[in-house]
Design a protein around this ligand. Structure first.
Ligand code: ZN
Length: 284
């Protein structure tokens, strides 16, 4: 049986604007609709940021995230993930505020940024004590941390602050974010170095920014990883051609995965592959 590849969709993010693409989903209805379309196209995980429906600006509003999760859960079983970093660089949010939607809503997963960095010209603070605090609380809540790795050093951060002290039982789910200014340069050599630095048994995906969504994303698939697509990271279907929906990017990933001789993981299969945490109860 060929390997199942997990496709995550990140439909909106907090940086992409309507001026860049008119197809960007902003209101809760649009984000929910794009998520369902992406699920129908083959995505099994959705990575969510909240946007103010009136201004389009990023927000940490629990109520907006609640609308997303309620609407998505009514319409499809996709695995849900909430950002804990989205508002940090763009809005300068405090650590508790960044975490509040995860605390209140208990998605299946949340991002956990594995170190501080310069994100473009902005400071993106993720000091060790915050990594530890977020990780401990996610374990208590039954939320799977996804470690966002922007550079080789961040694999070491996770190892020293989280893995060795045993804060989260292994294995871990990791994302290699490649193409952010201030993070690891987006090259094949660097992807190989990241993959080889990861402990055995962990799962991982490539988050390639811009054109690297598919170049490094596909390299990641060939190296045994999974792929994230969506307007948070890339708005183009091909050079100069805007994707008209996140689902078109998912469909492209599906075509490539199948052409390479792999299969696309269903939600149920993705739940078996990812180190999702046992939960005592699901939020309603
Ligand atoms: Zn994000």
């Amino acid at each position: 049986m060929s390997r199942k590849v997990i496709i995550t969709v990140a439909p909106t993010g907090s940086v992409t604007t309507r001026a860049e693409t008119p197809y960007l989903p902003i209101t809760p209805e649009e984000v929910i609709e794009e998520t369902v379309r992406s699920y129908n196209a083959g995505a099994s995980v959705v990575h969510l940021h909240a946007r103010d429906p009136d201004t389009g600006q990023p927000t940490s509003s629990v109520e907006i995230f609640r609308m997303y999760l309620d609407g998505i859960r009514q319409r499809c079983p996709i695995i849900t993930q909430i950002t804990t970093g989205g508002g940090a660089a763009t809005l300068g949010l405090g650590y508790d505020e960044r975490f509040r939607p995860v605390e209140e809503l208990r998605p299946d997963s949340a991002s956990l940024n594995a170190g501080s960095m310069n994100f473009g010209r902005k400071l993106f603070p993720n000091p060790p004590e915050v990594m530890e605090r977020y990780a401990k609380r996610m374990v208590e809540l039954g939320v799977m941390p996804e470690f966002e790795i922007y550079d080789l050093s961040m694999i070491q951060n996770v190892d020293v602050w989280i893995r060795r002290p045993g804060i989260v039982p292994p294995p871990y789910q990791n994302s290699f974010v490649m193409g952010v200014l201030g993070g690891i340069p987006p090259t094949f050599k660097n992807l190989l170095a990241l993959v080889e630095s990861l402990p055995q048994g962990d799962t991982w995906q490539v988050i390639g920014i811009g054109r690297h969504q598919f170049t490094l994303g596909v390299a990641g698939i060939l190296l045994g990883g999974n792929i994230r697509v969506g307007f948070e990271d890339n708005i183009y279907l091909a050079k100069g051609v805007l994707a008209r929906s996140n689902a078109e990017l998912v469909e492209k990933a599906v075509r490539i995965i199948r052409e390479l001789g792999f299969e696309v993981a269903s939600v149920e299969e993705a739940r078996g592959i990812l180190p999702l945490r046992p939960r005592e109860r699901y939020p309603q």
